[in-house]
Design a protein around this ligand. Structure first.
Ligand code: SF4
Ligand code: SF4
Ligand code: SF4
Length: 287
């Protein structure tokens, strides 16, 4: 066989191997060797073939290993995704559970039947808008998912006078409610409706530090209830709520200055006098 024939055979063999190699490895492996095989002389072809010979065996094994290696991370990755998704779902459920609870609230007049209020209220906000005292606030998600955005009373800066001034004592919130979510019991008068009960925290009350504070007492007198009495202790009397007289109007809470005048320093997070929902008081009485 002539030298030319030998070279042609080697080229032909190398070309076949290259074709086989591309087919086997998806066209990726040893592209440099392909160029060599097609264009270079015998030495180069021999070298390319030798390269390929060395590469072929390991390449097959390596390709399998690669396919395993490629596969494994995908499996782990999928598993991780599933575990992650499961964990996220569990956390969401736990988060939802946190808000699923029911936090008793002081409700506007006619909203004392909690079950009816929550199920009948369509969150139309008409009661908020109608309230001349601007004392109605929406319940937050922290108060319970089911009751979110139902009307509650916030006594930060206002109190409920049962619309004595705004509508002759007929609660406007009840009047405008389209679904009877707010509805006074038949025959009940607004002013005899009990919204809650004021409770004084003596540890936070400034009067119990003998400061002479009596804002809550004065507010209750002005509201016409006289539901707070002062102990006869000289110049620094201490206020006490007369439960039978308190209607939970919030006048006392709305003027309490304890948070702005010192009790934050002693760890207080709310005012020294706060109107508690009747539901809370019932639960405490049973526990
Ligand atoms: S009774 Fe009147 S003042 Fe009281 S919450 Fe209703 S609208 Fe407001
Ligand atoms: S007016 Fe009635 S239905 Fe509308 S937000 Fe107030 S309580 Fe709910
Ligand atoms: S909530 Fe009770 S104690 Fe406070 S001002 Fe109203 S009636 Fe008086």
């Amino acid at each position: 066989m002539s030298e030319d024939e030998k070279g042609a055979n080697v080229r032909s063999a190398s070309g076949k191997r290259y074709a086989s190699m591309r087919a086997h490895d998806g066209g990726e492996l040893n592209a440099g060797a392909a160029g060599n095989a097609g264009d270079a002389g015998d030495g180069a072809n021999e070298s390319a073939s030798a390269d390929y010979e060395r590469a072929e065996e390991p390449a097959g094994a390596e390709a399998n290993a690669n396919s395993r290696r490629v596969k494994q991370p995908m499996d782990v990755s999928r598993r991780s995704l599933l575990v992650g998704a499961g964990g996220t779902a569990a956390l969401l459920c736990l988060g939802a559970l946190r808000y699923a609870g029911h936090n008793p609230l002081v409700r506007p007049p006619g909203g004392q039947d909690e079950e009816r209020l929550v199920s009948a209220c369509i969150r139309c906000e008409r009661c908020y808008e109608a309230c001349p005292q601007h004392v109605i606030v929406p319940a937050h998600i922290e108060d319970g998912l089911l009751g979110m955005r139902t009307p509650a009373l916030g006594f930060d800066a206002a109190w409920c006078d049962f619309c004595a001034k705004g509508n002759g004592g007929v609660p406007l919130c009840v009047e405008v409610c389209p679904t009877e979510a707010l509805m006074l019991p038949e025959g009940a008068a607004a002013e005899s409706t009990v919204l809650g009960l004021a409770v004084i925290d003596e540890a936070q009350c400034l009067a119990y530090r003998d400061t002479g504070c009596r804002y809550c007492y004065d507010a209750c007198v002005d509201a016409g209830y006289n539901a707070i009495e002062l102990s006869d202790e000289g110049a620094n009397p201490h206020p006490r709520v007369i439960a039978d007289k308190c209607v939970g109007c919030g006048a006392c809470e709305s003027v309490c200055v304890s948070l702005t005048t010192g009790s934050i320093a002693s760890g207080a997070t709310e005012r020294a006098v706060v109107v508690r929902p009747l539901e809370t008081l019932r639960e405490e009485a049973w526990s």
